[in-house]
Each structure stands twice: as C-alpha cells, then as structure tokens.
Design a protein. Structure first.
Length: 233
C-alpha cells in the first residue's frame, strides 16, 4: 500500500477558544460535517480532551480504542471536570464504560483503577504489552472490540516510550516501541475505524523526533485501514 495512493484532504485548522467547551462544540460541528460527507475524520492535537468533541459526531454505539500511558479516568483534576486527565471519565458517562478499551496504560491513581474495574473498562497495561507477543495482544484487543461495527481510535503519543517520543505533555518511562505499537495497529485497524485522533504532541519539547514519529503513525494507520477496505471490495 503506497501512502501516495490515499485520497487525503487537509481541511485546515480548527479555530480554538479559551473556553474548552465551546472549542469542543466547534470540533463536534466540523467532525459531523466530515462524517456526513462519508469521510474519515483525522484530528491532530493538541490536548487529549479533543476526543470528547470529536466523538459527539457519532452514535453512542461506538467502541473506543485508546492507546495511552494514562487511564485519564479522574473525576476531577486541578478543580476541573473536563481536562486531559478526566476526559475518558466524561466519555464513560456518555457511552457505556464497557465500550472502552485502553492499551499501554502504565500511570494511574488508585481511584482510576477502581473505577475501571467496577465499570468494566478493559485495560491492557504497559506490562501486558512488554511480556506478551504483539499478535497475542492484538487478538485480545480485537476480541474486546468484536461486538462493535464502528470503532473510534485515539492515539496519545505518550503511549510510546520517551526515548522514542520525548516531546509529549506527560512522558512515562517503559512505554511501547514504535514498532510494537505499529504491529498492534496493523492487526486491529480495519474497515470498522470510523475516525481517529492523534494527540499530546508538543513539538517544541524536542528537535522534531516526536513529530516525525507521530506523522509516521498517522500515515501507516491510514494505510492499514485503506488496505483492509480494499480487500473487502
């Protein structure tokens, strides 16, 4: 699959505001337009809270596949109910918690762990990834998502080890290698992916290494999706 064969349109930058909720509403409107045009939105961040706006463009019966070093299931963070540390908790209140699968998690609080356990949110830890074959992890992830015809994919670049992607907001040691992440994405990305975002890249924190990794993840993932779609035709 040659990435140059992909039909991609850059629709430009979203006009963001200081008001988070208004920014998310703008993102919902733009994402809805793209979905109505029967296209796959690809949203680049920026803060992980953007997932809350983009997901609103879809029906509630959507599985969420998240690659992230953090659970982001806090009920509140620094006095705010809506932030990069709480957005997944807010999403779990809008859709059923068992619609959420988180992969690569290795930094979380006791309350987050207990919430995930009680609500049935499926978690694959960094340790799971480290000691299991990527194909086995992919099979388990795919099994958890087997009931969904539509999947929203969100990639936080801090799921990758800081040695490979240091320019993120909250780096956590012992993350995935880019190769292992791509192995898992290759296995799970198919025609069910209806949107994806890639977030938490802070380019000024390094000399371009993380941005290159992020761009590579995007075009490889799009190729994985398109290749599967073409096989079904």
């Amino acid at each position: 699959m040659d990435v140059e064969d992909l039909k991609i349109c850059d629709v430009g930058d979203l006009h963001v505001l200081g008001d988070v909720e208004k920014t998310l509403e703008r993102l919902r409107l733009v994402s809805t337009e793209i979905v109505k045009a029967q296209k796959i939105p690809v949203i680049l961040g920026g803060e992980h809270t953007i997932t809350c706006g983009a997901i609103e463009a879809f029906e509630r019966d959507v599985g969420i596949l998240s690659f992230d070093a953090h659970m982001d299931l806090r009920d509140e963070f620094l006095g705010s109910k809506l932030s990069h540390a709480t957005f997944m908790r807010r999403l779990s209140e809008k859709i059923k918690p068992d619609h959420i699968v988180e992969v690569g998690v290795r930094a979380f609080g006791r309350d987050e762990f207990q919430f995930a356990k009680e609500k049935g949110i499926r978690i694959f830890t960094g340790e799971d990834i480290c000691f299991q074959d990527p194909k086995e992890i992919a099979r388990e992830v795919d099994k958890e998502l087997s009931d969904f015809e539509k999947i929203y994919l969100t990639l936080d670049m801090d799921v990758v080890d800081p040695s490979c992607a240091p320019a993120v907001g909250n780096p956590v040691p012992e993350g995935m290698t880019p190769s292992k992440l791509l192995d898992i994405l290759h296995a799970v990305c198919d025609q069910r992916i209806i949107a994806l975002d890639l977030v938490e890249v802070s380019p000024h924190y390094d000399t371009g290494q993380t941005s290159v990794q992020a761009a590579h993840m995007i075009y490889e993932t799009l190729c994985f999706i398109e290749k599967r779609r073409r096989k079904r035709r």
